[in-house]
Ligand binder design. Structure first.
Ligand SMILES: [Zn+2]
Length: 684
């Protein structure tokens, strides 16, 4: 049987992510196809505040949200009728969804009276008496010409008492039937709204009642109005579990980028929120490295775009310093440009979520993003007069980083955590020893065969990549020698740019390659058959777009700073990418929980050579690499015993209720010859 919903929206569920309710779908409205998950910029008055339609189109906005309550009062339905609806009026070629007006009637200041028949209120424009019934709301939305109309509902704060919540919910259900009848055979789609405040029993009852009605999609209303994040997430999960698979689901008025991520994880497809533009007005940008607040003085002279991974007009054109200046000067252009970026970022985030759902890589993506999206910049100092000494200090700082000089050698320190890159030694010497010599790079690059791929995870100040490049350039180029491809992953180039300003202390950068890499994101030396490429952005996502590596220099910040890269699931994901490859991973850490994470993920783990005061580092081998003559000393009974007595047995990032890692480590083929029963567990 073909339902009216399928006739109106042709909804097609494309994929649901493993281990999550996150889903990708598509549907077609009267004006355009909509790919979900999606974010709908809010154009309350038939305009997204301060944004041009061209920019919205370029950002990939598929649906605009307009508001029935405001448009009914001004310009009024006759104007829409004259222009062929809102699409003709604002010259918008894609889809439009109209809110019913319920939220505004009940949330805007001023008196209103509510009867079974309608809500009655005074216009905030001219004080005339306006009646909005379910029928009038639908009639107005029909005149506006929305592709998707919403039922008129009674919104109450999510914190009201149970009886009030119940009565609002029941009225919403009765009005929902009237809206359906008023829609009649119009080809415009109509969504029902689940209410019930923060009460689980009411949410369940409301979801059952509303889904019993033949709507084209279902919305969750009455959230983001006073409840906690936990209540909101629980409530969303309760409702989505009861919604039919074959219709779109829309969470109204929510929220921050993190809220969107959490709701997609719980099965929501569509969102709207004013935050991208309203927070832009306050100087707040949502970026791939968390929120940045342009009111903070540290941005005053900062070069580079507000989000190095963003491709929007603002990021392509202006520096952070310029946007900071516009914010300080209270220029309208400032919040217009920031709003443009924020909308673009929201839409790009939704597209990325969709790609991960379709590729079934959602879960690791989600785990990483939930921490990233909520991160806040920590630049707090107000602008003060600058002394000469301070000016010199400032030249030694850039973004999150500063230069520390010890014995005429420069080190890069991350200011937030205090962590120093290659802290224990001369960085160049450590890079040579741990990464280049241990991986026998010069030998491997001297013999024939296919291209040799090296992943440099955490470019930093390029110490490891430059050590590799020098080693390869030093050995004579034989004609049959393989090409070497170095791929560096980095999301923040400030550390490299900072080091390049001080070649006196960073001698390894006295080479043309780093500057060319910064400018063009690639550099090559054809006579050495050597190519260096930069993938700017998150390793967690970009690793999927790089060819499988033979050698990994795994040198990000430690798990205190870069938690997501060191978990069992992150290593498992990495190993899957190396499934058909003899891959050796070299890292400076020798921590028990990092080794446990690698073992539980399926890596074979060997001792790496010491560096500075550290007596050991760690080498990970893919099963293929472990089968070959690798010459590394695999961890054995000694380590297993030590691990059994350790209070850091669990892989980093593992949860209390998942102890599968213990069995994975004890039954790891690397330890096959060892009598398991002798390995004590934490419970002994
Ligand atoms: Zn941008």
């Amino acid at each position: 049987m073909v339902s009216p919903a399928q006739l109106r929206l042709h909804f097609k569920l494309e994929a649901t992510a493993s281990g999550s309710r996150a889903r990708a779908a598509r549907f077609t409205t009267l004006h355009s196809e909509v790919l979900t998950p999606t974010f709908m910029p809010v154009g309350t008055h038939a305009v997204v505040r301060s944004q041009r339609r061209e920019d919205l189109l370029e950002s990939g906005a598929q649906v605009l949200l307009a508001n029935t309550y405001h448009l009914l009062l001004r310009p009024g339905t006759e104007v829409f009728e004259k222009f062929g609806g809102i699409h003709g009026f604002m010259n918008w070629p894609r889809s439009v969804l109209t809110d019913s007006g319920g939220f505004q009637i009940f949330s805007l200041p001023g008196s209103r009276t509510l009867t079974e028949e309608h809500a009655e209120f005074r216009s905030y424009l001219d004080n005339t008496l306006v009646r909005l019934s379910p029928e009038r709301s639908i009639e107005t939305q029909k005149a506006i010409g929305a592709d998707i109309m919403m039922v008129l509902d009674q919104c109450v704060p999510s914190t009201v008492d149970h009886a009030t919540a119940r009565s609002a919910m029941e009225l919403t259900h009765r009005w929902a039937w009237r809206c359906l009848a008023a829609r009649g055979d119009s080809p415009q789609a109509l969504f029902g709204i689940v209410q019930g405040a923060s009460y689980e029993d009411l949410r369940v009852e409301s979801a059952r009642a509303i889904t019993a009605m033949p709507f084209d999609g279902y919305a969750i209303g009455g959230l983001a109005v006073g409840e906690t994040r936990q209540q909101r997430e629980d409530c969303t999960a309760v409702v989505t579990a009861l919604l039919p698979e074959d219709r779109p689901r829309y969470l109204m008025g929510v929220g921050t980028t993190r809220d969107l991520l959490e709701a997609v994880h719980r099965g929501v497809d569509m969102f709207d929120c004013i935050l991208p533009t309203s927070l832009a007005k306050q100087g707040v940008a949502f970026t791939s490295i968390g929120r940045r607040d342009l009111r903070r003085a540290a941005y005053r002279g900062m070069a580079g775009p507000i989000d190095p991974t963003c491709n929007c007009y603002t990021c392509r054109t202006y520096s952070i310093a310029y946007l900071f200046h516009l914010q300080r000067a209270n220029e309208v252009t400032g919040w217009q440009l920031l709003g443009l970026h924020n909308i673009h970022f929201y839409l790009q985030l939704m597209r990325t979520m969709r790609e991960h759902i379709l590729a079934d890589t959602w879960l690791p993506f989600y785990e990483v993003q939930r921490h990233l999206l909520d991160a806040r910049d920590s630049y707090g100092a107000p602008v003060r007069p600058v002394t000469k000494a301070q000016r010199r200090m400032r030249r030694l700082q850039r973004g999150r980083y500063e230069v520390v000089i010890r014995d005429d050698v420069g080190f890069i320190r991350e200011k937030g955590s205090g962590e120093v890159m290659h802290s224990v030694n001369d960085p160049a010497a450590e890079a040579r020893s741990l990464y280049v010599e241990q991986s026998r790079l010069a030998t491997r690059a001297a013999f024939g065969g296919g291209p040799l791929v090296i992943w440099d995870v955490g470019l930093g100040a390029a110490a490891n990549a430059m050590a590799a490049i020098c080693a390869i350039e030093e050995c004579a180029a034989a004609t049959d020698r393989p090409e070497v491809r170095i791929i560096s992953f980095e999301h923040d180039l400030d550390s490299l740019e900072l080091a390049l300003e001080h070649p006196r202390w960073f001698k390894h950068l006295r080479h043309p390659a780093p500057r060319v890499l910064l400018a063009q994101h690639s550099w090559s030396n054809p006579s050495a058959r050597l190519e260096w490429q930069l993938l700017l952005g998150d390793f967690a996502t970009h690793k999927f777009s790089a060819p499988a590596p033979h050698i990994i220099f795994f040198d990000p910040f430690s798990f205190k700073t870069d938690a997501a890269l060191w978990t069992q699931s992150a290593f498992a994901e990495l190993l899957r990418l190396c499934a058909d490859c003899a891959t050796e991973l070299f890292t400076y850490s020798s921590s028990t929980s990092v080794r446990a994470a690698m073992l539980a993920a399926g890596f074979y783990v060997a001792k790496g050579r010491g560096t500075g005061p550290k007596s050991e580092t760690t080498i990970g081998l893919s099963p293929q690499a472990a089968c070959m003559a690798h010459g590394h000393e695999l961890l054995g009974e000694d380590w297993l015993g030590k691990w059994g007595r350790s209070d850091a047995q669990a892989p980093f990032g593992s949860s209390d209720d998942d102890t599968g890692w213990r069995e994975a480590i004890l039954s790891h083929p690397q330890f096959r010859h060892i009598n398991y029963h002798r390995a004590p567990s934490a419970k002994d």
